[in-house]
Write a protein that binds this ligand. Structure first.
Ligand SMILES: [Zn+2]
Length: 500
């Protein structure tokens, strides 16, 4: 995710079972059936996600009517019980009209934004089950306390559903936490003349009598809930194939605003950018689908939705080019989407890496070197600056998108690059992307991995950069170039860079 600068201050069917990304191991029932936990165990957000089951597949069918803003849907979830379950929760905020478990009616109750489902008979540990939820409501009318912005944004001619760290409750019932990745099929029905977009590949597009068209999308690589999105509206949709052979679908809202015109030019470079990212970080992690979506609405940020990031048009304010946000969101496909956080505290693994990729793009495309960007940023924050008090590896709830996670995150990676050399740096990051592909990882996992691959004990190094609330001293041990100039000298040298 990348917030718009203006908001920085305010920031606050059964066959499917065979596709299960996490193989169900047939385990004997252990103990009496009990309710699944209402949260997955994330220390920052105890209510996010749920316990007691693991989702393999979401088959989402929604219909959106822009004039009434009503969303109606049916979502079928295939999951495996990880304990004997008397009941379980789904994260959901719309009104469920009917819920079945294994095709039998289930009892439901609502507890805040948890839909509590009690099957007609308990679920056995290790055994797959199917949940179907019918629902309808007006997602734009839902406000969940503690959220600064809603994951549902109404546009002039449609809507977009997207959000981080939470997303699903506004448009599909889910186990909404990155620890439970799954496959997705998203079918969206909208009035003819509008486009309907989501992740992955377009499977079919069918028009029915009554003036409606259904677009079916499928993402058949494991995907975290916050990376699923849907968009309905008037878009200019383009598709083709990148030089390296990756099919793309881009969609920019129709209109003549300078923002949309500038966005179109930059989004058109997505294939080139993803090909460059493959040279840096290794093979593109997902199935053959890339792209980008720019809705005509005030989202406030850009989000790395899997295979197809979504961007606020405000990133192109004044009709100015903004390639770096496109680089950032696509770098997340490796760092964030394929290798995902274990808990939300691990956000440096997403934002530090995506932000550093922006520096590297500049360095290789006629802009400042990453070291020059490092120098300017380091010099612009005196040691007494509160900015250094923040613990990057432990940002705290609702602070995982604060600027030090991104910017001190980038500093740490450039320092790491200096310390081990560019070739080893790339080897570590590429290897990391493979070692944890489609999985979850912690910052501690990265420190251990980088130490192992580089043959250096990097615990103290990363302790200084990520786990300490103070400015790292400009020493070679901390990854600074030898004879690093004093801060005042550095500030004078980088003054021009700071004026930008
Ligand atoms: Zn980001």
């Amino acid at each position: 995710m990348k917030r718009r600068k203006s908001l920085l201050v305010a920031a606050v069917g059964t066959a499917v079972i065979l596709l299960a990304p996490v193989a169900a191991t047939a385990a004997p029932d252990s103990g009496k059936p009990s309710p699944g936990a209402p949260g997955i165990g994330d220390p920052y957000y105890p209510g996010y996600g749920n316990g007691g089951y693991d989702v393999a597949n979401y088959d989402i069918h929604v219909k959106y009517e822009p004039t009434t803003k009503v969303l109606t849907g049916t979502t079928t979830i295939v999951a495996t019980a990880t304990q004997a379950l008397s009941s379980f929760d789904l994260d959901f905020a719309l009104k469920a009209s009917k819920v079945t478990v294994n095709h039998q009616p289930a009892k439901t109750s609502v507890n805040g934004f948890e839909l509590v489902v009690t099957p007609s008979r308990p679920l056995r540990e290790g055994v797959p089950f199917v949940v179907t939820v019918d629902y309808s409501g007006v997602p734009s009318s839902i406000n969940i306390p503690g959220f600064s912005s809603s994951p549902w944004v109404t546009t002039a001619d449609g809507a977009v559903g997207l959000g981080e760290p939470e997303n699903s409750a506004w448009w599909f019932p889910a186990n909404d936490h990155p620890l439970d990745k799954a496959y997705y099929q998203v079918s969206i029905t909208a009035p003819n003349g509008l486009s309907a977009l989501s992740n992955g590949n377009l499977v079919s597009k069918r028009s029915a009598p009554g003036g409606e068209t259904t677009w079916k999308w499928a993402e058949l690589r494991p995907e975290a809930t916050y990376l699923a999105f849907m968009a309905v509206g008037k878009y200019d949709v383009k598709s083709g194939v990148s030089k390296s052979g990756l099919p793309y679908t881009t969609a920019v809202a129709q209109g003549t605003d300078p923002e949309l015109v500038a966005a179109t030019k930059d989004i058109d470079r997505t294939p080139e950018i993803v090909d460059w990212l493959q040279q840096q970080w290794g093979r593109y992690p997902f199935r053959r689908a890339i792209g980008g979506v720019v809705p005509n609405g005030n989202i406030g940020y850009a989000l790395e939705d899997q295979t197809r990031p979504v961007y606020d048009p405000g990133f192109w304010a004044g009709g100015k080019s903004n390639i770096s946000v496109v680089v950032h969101e696509n770098a997340h496909q490796w760092f964030g989407d394929s290798v995902s956080v274990h808990h939300w505290r691990d956000m440096w693994l997403n934002e530090g890496f995506a932000s550093f990729s922006e520096w590297l793009w500049a360095e290789t495309h006629g802009g400042d070197s990453a070291q020059k960007s490092f120098d300017a940023l380091y010099a612009s924050h005196p040691a007494a600056d509160d900015w250094w008090k923040f613990i990057v590896a432990e940002p705290g709830p609702h602070h995982e998108f604060d600027s030090p996670v991104y910017d001190r995150g980038s500093l740490a990676l450039q320092a790491f690059r200096n310390k081990v050399g560019d070739a080893m740096f790339h080897q570590v990051l590429r290897g990391w992307a493979v070692a944890h592909r489609y999985g979850n990882a912690t910052i501690e996992d990265f420190v251990a991995y980088a130490s192992r691959v580089s043959g250096q004990d990097l615990k103290n190094f990363f302790q200084v950069w990520l786990f300490t609330g103070a400015r790292p001293a400009p020493t070679v041990a901390n990854g600074f170039p030898a004879n690093y100039p004093t801060t005042s000298k550095l500030a004078a040298q980088t003054k021009s860079a700071l004026r930008k």
